[in-house]
Ligand binder design. Structure first.
Ligand code: FES
Length: 56
């Protein structure tokens, strides 16, 4: 599923980035440029980070 349409970034890419240590939004944005244009995806990206970090 696309999270960031401006940059064409999917939830899978975000989850993979979180697993490789980009576990806050600032690092994620640096790595993927998610949220770097319109910003509409920021909240959803943060929720994905949170849900990924909540996994046992
Ligand atoms: Fe992510 Fe626009 S949808 S910056």
């Amino acid at each position: 599923m696309y999270v960031c349409l401006c940059r064409g970034i999917t939830d899978t890419q975000i989850r993979q980035a979180v697993q490789s240590g980009k576990d806050d939004f600032r690092q994620l944005k640096q790595a993927l440029e998610v949220g770097s244009q319109c910003g509409k995806c920021v909240r959803m990206a943060q929720e994905i980070i949170r849900s990924e970090l909540d996994q046992p």
